[in-house]
Design a protein. Structure first.
Length: 307
């Protein structure tokens, strides 16, 4: 039984504070205690982005304490991650094995955690730009297969919906022009969405691990939601939108009105997509203040994918 605080940092009421601390030594005593409490060996700790730590042959993921969360929809991230990992595994998607999970009360904070096996491999973010056209096509085919397996009906799976008010009304959209925000809300209110499926929510290249055999493992399911199948495409477009080989392999002959309508709506739905739009705008020299309507957003996305 511990008799003093293990975590020796202070978490402010913002996500930047949490992310900054996760790359520090502040969590090492806590991680050591978690290992010992679960009768596991403890080795040198290497921090990985997104509150994930590598020790020995294990990955320990910590979740921001509910006592300091600024977004209501983050409260059950650990439960969401476990639920969707199980769904993905049952659907035939390669994911890390969960060794155990639990919760540690440490002073003013409660740290939920998941311990998983470490996947030996490299993130797609580090290697995809060096792929040949053939390798890109093979990679895209595997992504399509993962999406098809993962996107099972969400009925009966207890995870958040994409249209929960806390997500749709995220503060990350507040700095856009009023005319755009009004247009966005009108589109969301009047769109008839297809059946909701299980979506990873952040299927970007940083969350795809490629092992030595070329197998793709999907990681980091904390942002998973019930959503239309095309919800997944916003992050893929942000990552690969100007890579014509990957885009054609993923979407076929994609330069048509139906495709651009689909990816425009996809961009409107995710709570984090205000940031994705900003990133794309910066890359192509568009000022965010010029995105004053949904047609303006669509034109920006078209420009991005035609570079």
């Amino acid at each position: 039984m511990k008799d003093k605080r293990l975590f020796n940092g202070i978490i402010n009421y913002d996500n930047d504070s949490w992310r900054a601390l996760c790359s520090s030594e502040a969590f090492v005593p806590l991680i050591k205690y978690i290992c010992e409490s679960n009768t596991m060996s403890f080795d040198k700790v290497s921090p990985i982005p997104s509150s994930v730590f590598h020790t020995g042959d294990k990955i320990i993921k910590l979740f921001c304490p509910p006592e300091v969360l600024t977004r209501e929809h983050d409260v059950h991230e650990n439960k969401t991650e476990l639920t969707v990992m199980e769904h993905a595994r049952n659907a035939g998607v390669l994911v890390p094995d969960v060794i155990c999970n639990g919760s540690i009360c440490d002073g003013p904070y409660t740290f939920n955690y998941i311990i998983m096996n470490h996947i030996e491999g490299v993130s797609a973010k580090k290697v995809i730009s060096g792929y040949s056209d053939t390798e890109k096509k093979e990679f895209a085919l595997k992504i399509k297969e993962i999406k098809a397996k993962l996107h099972g009906p969400a009925r009966g799976i207890d995870i958040p919906r994409f249209d929960d008010p806390g997500r749709i009304n995220s503060a990350l959209w507040k700095s856009f022009p009023e005319s755009f925000k009004e247009d966005r809300q009108r589109v969301i209110d009047n769109t008839v969405f297809p059946e909701l499926v299980v979506c990873h929510g952040d299927m970007g290249r940083q969350n795809i691990i490629i092992n030595a055999r070329g197998d793709l493992y999907l990681i980091d399911f904390a942002e998973s939601v019930q959503a239309p199948h095309y919800f997944e495409d916003s992050k893929l477009i942000e990552d690969f939108g100007c890579d014509h080989v990957l885009m054609k392999a993923l979407y076929g002959n994609y330069e048509n009105d139906a495709f651009y309508e689909m990816i425009t709506i996809s961009m409107l739905l995710g709570w984090f997509n205000g940031i994705l739009i900003e990133w794309i705008a910066e890359r192509i020299g568009v000022d965010k203040s010029d995105i004053s309507s949904i047609p303006a957003l669509r034109n920006m996305l078209m420009k991005w994918m035609r570079i």
